[in-house]
Design a protein around this ligand. Structure first.
Ligand code: PLP
Length: 403
């Protein structure tokens, strides 16, 4: 605070004291104190390199392998099928580029959807520049892919299908079990970006016929900078990072032991309370939707039921989402207009455009995502404040009730 002039410090102090309601859990989550406690010894007491042969190194390896086993159990995979990475972005890159590089003799065609996270979209664009062909599947008004279009898009050169489990902006769930079945029948690899759904809704990689799955620790009350890629035994994949051959040669780099231990703890906590928490969040989500749809010219983005328990995404016509976010911040509500990573560039969200919104409609959207520390009274506060703020903004809006 010392770096700010006195007058600004006073304002910031007032802001500090004001009630803050964090409702951007899809962007990131705070580290659970139990996770922090589990991680702590691996920073300065048991700090050994997991590749070292002496006992402190072996202790670190043991902690890491134990974490791998515990995470594998949650998604019904084998421990050796889990590759630890630096997060969801790296996992998506490893899945797409790794499979493309290892299987280019078999074919150069990849299928994905139009609403993937940028970690998949931009990787596909990179692969296009390397000579791969990408088919981007359309989605309906709820954000769901068309399985018939998927079947028709498959050709003999197709090596990979990548369809996300839950969308990070609108929360819509994709029919990944059906996608897995189609891909397995055609002998094509299936990758799913499960960064938003992992440990929030059940995942069984065997039952869902998933060949690769990306997950990230910081979305589930674990530390930032750690994630995983599940790679089914037998999938041919080239590493992105070359070096000491860590993670069975699939991802070189000294392992982030504390992060991995924290990730495993976060997974266990979330998995244990999953059903109860999903019910609690769905109840609050439904209350929020019911309340905010009373605002004139407001709509819900995404599917009404097939969506993540803690995700809501609204569209308020005739206002700009960025102005709404800033005004809500003044009353202590922290929410978002789009995905965490793209909310800085003010381009209309590719997800909202793909579900059929005009750029103006897309700009008037608000994502409210709830999580472990969200209380019923926070929802009441939102239900009181959002309609007021929307109405104030509409009064000064240049659109004056029509686009
Ligand atoms: C669906 C999805 N995929 C990938 C990512 C990237 O994950 P990370 O922040 O761990 O790199 C995110 C993050 O917002 C996401 O929501």
């Amino acid at each position: 605070m010392g770096r700010f002039p006195k007058v600004v410090r006073c304002v910031l102090n007032e802001v500090d004291e004001m009630r803050k309601i964090y409702l951007d859990y899809a962007a990131t989550t705070p580290v659970d104190p139990r996770v922090l406690k589990a991680m702590k010894p691996y920073f300065s007491e048991d700090f050994g390199n997991a590749s070292s042969l002496y006992s402190m190194g072996q202790q670190a390896r043991l902690a890491m392998e134990n974490s791998r086993k515990r995470i594998a159990k949650i998604i019904n995979s084998e421990p050796e099928e889990i590759v630890f990475t630096s997060g969801g972005t790296e996992s998506d890159n490893l899945a797409l580029v790794g499979v493309a590089m290892a299987n280019k003799k078999k074919g150069n065609h990849i299928i994905t959807s139009k609403i993937e996270h940028k970690a998949v979209m931009e990787t596909c664009e990179f692969l296009e520049k390397q000579g791969f062909q990408i088919t981007y599947l359309d989605v309906d008004k709820y954000g769901i892919i068309d399985l018939e279009q998927l079947k028709k898009s498959i050709k003999k050169e197709t090596i990979l299908v990548s369809v996300m489990h839950a969308n990070n902006e609108i929360g819509t769930l994709e029919p990944i079990e059906e996608v897995g079945k189609i891909c397995r029948e055609k002998d094509i690899y299936f990758h799913t970006d499960a960064v938003q759904s992992f440990c929030k809704i059940p995942i069984d990689v065997k039952k869902m016929k998933i060949d690769m799955l990306s997950a990230s620790s910081h979305k589930i009350y674990g530390p930032k900078g750690v994630g995983l890629l599940y790679v089914r035994t037998g999938v041919k994949i080239e590493p992105l990072l070359h070096g000491g051959g860590h993670e069975s040669g699939r991802r070189s780099g000294t392992e982030n032991v504390a992060g991995i231990v924290g990730f495993a703890k976060a997974c266990e906590i979330a998995n244990k309370g999953m059903t109860k928490e999903a019910k609690r969040l769905s109840r609050m989500r439904n209350k929020l939707v019911k309340g905010l749809l009373k605002v004139p010219n407001s709509y819900i983005n995404g599917h009404p039921e097939k969506r993540l328990p803690g995700n809501t995404n609204f569209r308020f016509d005739f206002i700009e989402g960025e102005a709404l976010i800033l005004k809500l911040d003044i009353v202590g509500i922290e929410a978002s207009t789009g995905s965490a990573c793209s909310s800085k560039d003010l381009k209309a969200s590719h997800v909202l455009i793909s579900i059929g919104l005009s750029p103006k409609q897309a700009h008037g959207s608000l994502r409210i995502t709830m999580g472990r520390y969200t209380k019923e009274k926070d929802i009441d506060y939102v239900l009181k404040n959002v309609p007021e703020v929307v109405s104030e903004l509409r009064e000064i809006s240049p659109f004056k009730g029509k686009w």
